[in-house]
Design a protein around this ligand. Structure first.
Ligand SMILES: Nc1ncnc2c1ncn2[C@@H]1O[C@H](COP(=O)(O)OP(=O)(O)O)[C@@H](O)[C@H]1O
Ligand SMILES: [Mg+2]
Length: 669
C-alpha cells in the first residue's frame, strides 16, 4: 500500500516537471498478470530469510584476518523490500552474496542463515541475483536477450507463447519497450545506454518470477528519475500475481522518493550494523542519538554522511569542534545494540524462524538439458554471426594468407626441391594457420563472462555451454578451413584427388577446433584474456617445437621434448597425417648421385621425415578428434571441479563464532 501511495504521489509531482512523461506512463501501465496455472503449487511458497550473527572474514596479509561483516542480524519478509545501505566498501555486496550463498572461496563465514526457518541452500528458481556489473552479449537485441533467458530458464512445459509473454512483460516492467530491437552493444559498438543495460540485466533475472530477489546496486549509473522508476518497478514486484516476493537490494544513493519505497533498512558501516528496522523509523533513531536530519535534506544522504568515515581527515580539519565520524559510528552502533529496535529485530527473527512458513522452500523446474543446449547453440550461432571479430575477420585474413601461400608455393612441381617445399607448406598450414585461431579468443572470453554469470545464477550448467559452443562453432570453422584450404591446396598443386583434399581440410578443421578447445581450457584457468592469449600462444609454440619437424623426432632431446611433449603435441599428429596424405603414392626424383633415380613417398616419410608408418593417416585424424573431445572434457572438468572444490574449501575453513570473536578481540594473533 505504501508503495502505491508513494508512486501515486510521485506521478502527481513529476508529471508537470519531467520531460520524459511518456516513459513514466508506460512504466505505470504495466498490467497485473494472472497467476500461471502451470506453476506447481509448492513453488508458490513465500520465502522469508533470516540471518543471525553473521560474520564474514577474509585473510589479509598484513592483519591476518580482516572482518568484512561483523555480527550482522536481520530478516527479509515476503512482500517487503529491504534496502542495504552504507558507504562504498562497507560490505553491502558481501552481505548480499552471503545471503544468496555465493561468497567467494577466500572468505570464511559464520552465523545462521535460515530460509523459512530451515537451514537449506536456496533451491533453483527460488531466488535470483542481479549483479552489479552488466555482463551481456553485445550482439543481441534486448528482446532476443530476454527471450533467450526465458527459454533457458523456464521449464519445458511452459508454452512458447507464455515464454514470449513473460519476456515482453519483463521488458515492459523495466520500461525498455522503445529499445526492444536495439542491440545491447559494447566494445566500441554503440548500443544501449548504461541505464538501459542495467534494466536489461534485471529483466534477464525476473523472467522466472523468483520468490526471492537479490539486487546489487540496481540504480547505479541511472539518473534520478530512471532510478525511481526502476526501483518502483522492483518494489511493485514484491506484491504481484498473487505472490509475495522478498526483495533485498543494496543501494548506493537513493533519492528521498526511492527511500520511501523501502520497507526495511539495513544501514552498515565497515561491516557493522548501524541500524536495522523500518526505513521510516531510521530518522527518529538518528535524531534520538544526536544526529537529527536537517529539514529539507534527503534522509539517506544524511545517514550516509553521518557514517562515511572515508573522508574523516578533511572533516576534522574543517570543523575542529565536531566529533569524528568514527566516534559517531561507534555511538550509533553501540546505541543500536542496546536499542529496542535491535530487540525487535531479534524477536522478529525468532518469530519468523518459529513460524517457518510451513515447508522449506522448494525449487521450481528447470528447462531440460537438451532444450538448454539447443537454445545456447542458437544464441551462440547468432552471436558468432553478428560478431565480426569472432569468425568473419578470421575468414578474410585466412583467405589472404591462403592466397599468399598459394603464390609462394605455386605449382610446386615434382622436382627434388619440392620435397622440402611440400614439407614447409604442410607445416605452415598445420601450425601457423591454426595458431591464428587464437584471434577469436577475446570474443570467446566475452562469451565466458556471460556463461560465468549465468552459471552462477543457475540458468544452466557447464555441459550445456560446451555443447552449445561446440555445435555453433562447427559451421564457421568448416567455412574457414574449406575456402582458404581450397585456395591454398589447388594453387600449390598438391596431390590431386578428392580424398586427399578432403583429408587436408579435415585436419585443418580439427586442428582449429583443437586450438579453440585448448584456448577454452586456458580461459578456465587464467583470469584475464591478455594472460590467456600469452599462455595459449606459449603452449602452442612449445608444441610446435616438439612436433617433430623443426627438430626431427629422433633428434629431439629425450627429456621433456620427446617424452612427453612429442606425444601430447597435437602438431605431431597433424604433421604426420598431412605428410602421409601428401607423400603416400608419390614418386619423386631422389637426390642426385643416388643409386636409384626415384624415391617413393613412403620411403621419404620414413627416411627423411622419420615418421611412424605403422598406422595410417586416418589414425592420426582420429587421435586429433580424440584430443578435441579431451580438451573440451578438460574444460568441463576444471569448471565443474572448481564448483565442487570451492564450497568444500569454504566448509573446511569456516570458523566457529567463538573463534571469530577471539580473533576480533586479539587481532594481532
Ligand atoms: N573476496 C574478498 N576478498 C578480499 N576482500 C574482500 C572480498 N570481498 C570483499 N572484500 C572487501 O570487503 C570490503 C567490502 O566489500 P563490498 O561488500 O564489495 O563493499 P560494498 O559495500 O561497496 O558493496 C571491501 O573493502 C572489499 O575490498
Ligand atoms: Mg558493492
Amino acid at each position: 500500500m505504501e508503495i502505491e501511495a508513494a508512486s501515486a504521489m510521485m506521478k502527481k509531482g513529476m508529471d508537470t516537471t519531467d520531460p520524459d512523461r511518456d516513459y513514466q506512463c508506460r512504466v505505470h501501465e504495466v498490467k497485473l498478470e494472472t497467476h500461471d496455472p502451470d506453476e506447481p503449487k509448492e513453488t508458490r511458497n513465500d520465502v522469508a530469510l533470516t540471518w543471525e550473527d553473521v560474520w564474514v572474514m577474509v585473510s589479509d596479509k598484513s592483519k591476518g584476518v580482516k572482518p568484512i561483516l561483523q555480527g550482522v542480524t536481520g530478516y527479509a519478509r515476503p512482500g517487503e523490500l529491504l534496502a542495504i545501505m552504507g558507504p562504498s566498501g562497507c560490505g553491502k555486496s558481501t552481505l548480499l552474496d552471503t545471503l544468496a550463498g555465493r561468497l567467494s572461496s577466500n572468505t570464511r563465514q559464520t552465523g545462521d542463515i535460515l530460509v523459512n526457518g530451515h537451514k537449506q541452500a536456496l533451491a533453483y528458481g527460488t531466488s535470483a541475483y542481479v549483479m552489479q556489473d552488466d555482463i551481456l552479449l553485445a550482439t543481441l537485441t534486448v528482446r532476443e536477450a530476454v527471450y533467450y533467458s526465458a527459454q533457458l530458464q523456464l521449464p519445458d512445459y511452459t508454452p512458447v507463447s507464455e515464454k514470449r509473454e513473460r519476456a515482453e512483460t519483463a521488458i515492459r516492467e523495466m520500461g525498455l519497450q522503445d529499445a526492444v530491437d536495439t542491440r545491447i552493444g559494447g566494445w566500441g559498438t554503440k548500443g544501449l545506454s548504461g541505464g538501459q543495460k542495467r534494466r536489461v540485466s534485471i529483466c534477464l533475472e525476473i523472467v522466472t518470477r523468483p520468490k526471492l530477489l537479490f539486487l546489487d546496486e540496481p540504480t547505479s549509473g541511472l539518473d534520478s528519475a530512471a532510478s525511481y522508476y526502476v526501483m518502483s518497478r522492483i518494489a511493485s514486484l514484491g506484491q504481484r500475481d498473487g505472490i509475495r516476493r522478498t526483495i533485498i537490494t543494496s543501494i548506493h544513493q537513493p533519492s528521498s522518493e526511492v527511500f520511501q519505497l523501502f520497507h526495511n533498512l539495513c544501514l552498515l558501516s565497515s561491516g557493522r550494523t548501524v541500524y536495522f528496522g523500518p526505513a521510516s523509523a531510521a530518522t527518529d533513531f538518528f535524531a534520538l542519538n544526536g544526529f537529527p536530519c536537517p529539514t529539507l535534506q534527503n534522509p539517506s544522504d544524511h545517514f550516509l554522511k553521518t557514517i562515511n568515515k572515508d573522508f574523516d581527515v578533511d572533516i576534522e580539519q574543517g570543523a575542529p569542534g565536531k566529533i569524528s565520524t568514527e566516534e559517531a559510528i561507534n555511538t550509533l552502533v553501540k546505541s543500536y545494540g542496546s536499542s529496542p529496535n535491535c530487540q525487535e529485530v531479534l524477536g522478529e527473527v525468532a518469530r519468523i524462524n518459529k513460524q517457518g512458513h510451513g515447508a522449506p522452500a522448494k525449487g521450481g523446474s528447470h528447462a531440460k538439458f537438451v532444450t538448454q543446449c539447443l537454445v545456447l547453440t542458437r544464441r551462440s550461432s547468432l552471436n558468432m554471426y553478428r560478431d565480426q571479430g569472432y569468425y568473419w575477420l578470421r575468414l578474410a585474413v585466412y583467405i589472404i594468407v591462403a592466397v599468399g601461400l598459394g603464390t609462394i608455393f605455386s605449382d610446386i612441381g615434382s622436382s627434388y626441391s619440392s620435397i622440402q617445399a611440400r614439407g614447409s607448406f604442410l607445416v605452415f598450414v598445420a601450425s601457423f594457420l591454426t595458431f591464428m585461431a587464437i584471434g577469436g579468443f577475446p570474443s570467446f572470453v566475452e562469451d565466458m563472462k556471460v556463461f560465468a554469470r549465468e552459471r552462477l545464477n543457475g540458468h544452466y550448467g557447464t555441459g550445456a555451454f560446451v555443447v552449445g559452443n561446440t555445435i555453433s562453432s562447427i559451421p564457421y570453422l568448416l567455412l574457414i578451413s574449406l575456402i582458404p584450404g581450397a585456395i591454398a591446396y589447388y594453387l600449390t598443386g598438391l596431390q590431386r584427388g578428392w580424398e586427399h583434399f578432403l583429408y587436408f581440410v579435415a585436419v585443418m578443421f580439427t586442428c582449429m577446433m583443437l586450438v579453440e578447445s585448448l584456448m577454452m581450457t586456458v580461459a578456465s584457468i587464467v583470469p584475464t584474456f591478455l594472460m590467456g592469449i600469452i599462455t595459449g600462444a606459449g603452449i602452442q609454440a612449445l608444441m610446435i617445437l616438439g612436433g617433430g619437424f623443426f627438430r626431427l623426432p629422433n633428434d629431439l632431446p629425450l627429456l621433456i621434448w620427446k617424452y612427453p611433449l612429442y606425444y601430447i603435441a597435437f602438431h605431431r599428429y597433424a604433421y604426420e597425417g598431412l605428410f602421409k596424405n601428401e607423400f603416400e603414392g608419390l614418386k619423386l626424383p631422389s637426390q642426385p648421385g643416388n643409386k636409384t633415380s626415384f624415391i617413393s613417398g613412403e620411403q621419404l616419410l620414413t627416411e627423411i621425415w622419420q615418421m611412424n608408418m605403422e598406422y595410417s593417416k586416418w589414425v592420426d585424424l582420429v587421435v586429433l578428434i580424440g584430443m578435441v573431445i579431451l580438451y573440451r572434457v578438460m574444460f568441463l572438468a576444471i569448471v565443474k571441479g572448481t564448483e565442487v572444490v570451492k564450497p568444500a574449501m569454504v566448509v573446511c575453513t569456516s570458523m566457529t563464532p567463538e573463534q571469530t570473536k577471539q580473533i576480533m578481540m586479539n587481532p594481532s594473533d
